[in-house]
Design a protein around this ligand. Sequence first.
Ligand SMILES: [Zn+2]
Length: 352
Amino acid sequence: MSARQPLAPWQQRIHDHAADALDAGRLGHGLLFCGPAQLGKRAVAERLAERVLCLQRSAGEGPCGRCRSCHLLAQRHQRDPVETRPDGQLAHPLGHSGHPDLVLVGHVLNEKGRPPKMRSEIVIEQVRNLSEKLALTTQYGGAQVVIIDPADAVNHAACNALLKTLEEPVPGRYLWLVSGNPARLPATIRSRCQRLEFRLPPREESLQWLQAQGHDSGDALEALEAAHGHPGQADAWLRNEGMGLRRQVGTDLDAIAQGTRTPLETAQRWTADEHAALRLRHAADLAVARAAERLTDPARTRSLAAWFDQANRTCELLRTTVRADLAVLELLMAWRSGAARSEARSRPDGAG
Ligand SMILES: [Zn+2]
């Protein structure tokens, strides 16, 4: 999200709370922005960075928008980072923030790979580089901010280096960690950071925000329910094919149950592109929704619960070398036989 866009209401609340605490000197130099992905943790961190880096900010006010620092950061948003990780998250190589005193640490390209691939971990060289940078005087004589995102990708050796930096705070130097999985961070790191916790906003606020993003109110409602109240996820599913994919998965499951589509054909189609895992996630979710509609049939409810587990296990298998089409075929055959048993039970003669 570019800083030129307004923050969402839930982001604005966290931003304002943190800004007040920063102004009052109640925040230390280590901050942990945590909570579910796609709620805008990074956007809030970058907005706060603009605030502390501004060179002419009046007390209690936001960034001035006129000083050298504000100008540089505004330019940066006009040429947003272009590198993208395979999972769609933006990646910022070290130090490419466009501002000498804002250091962004994230996934970088491993140049040694053939072909070069994104590293899955943040490695010690990246953390050493930033420690060296923090030890120098700032280029603009103001504050200095380091944002590490995703902090849970920092590997073991790099964590130890990071800990050293956290243990030796320097006034005006900020080290901010962004993480969707803070439990993966060592306790020693977590305990040295103050937490800014992002939570799912109230439903009404999410719906209003989704409509402000240009989504039809019916679509917004459907997507928000599918995303279990997560507005960022709902927005992403409405922008990419996520919701269309979900409807197709529901249609396929019904067609398999009715015998109008085969598990084999469906498994091949579900695994023919890069959306197999998302289809299984939707399928597992739809099984739970179907179970809620079938509370009068405890056997079916139990079999749907078992199928939900199987769908999640199959999703895990997709990350291994197991052939995806065969794993999904097995899952869809289980769906067909579960539906057939339920059908047999519901016949008037009570067979099954
Ligand atoms: Zn400024």
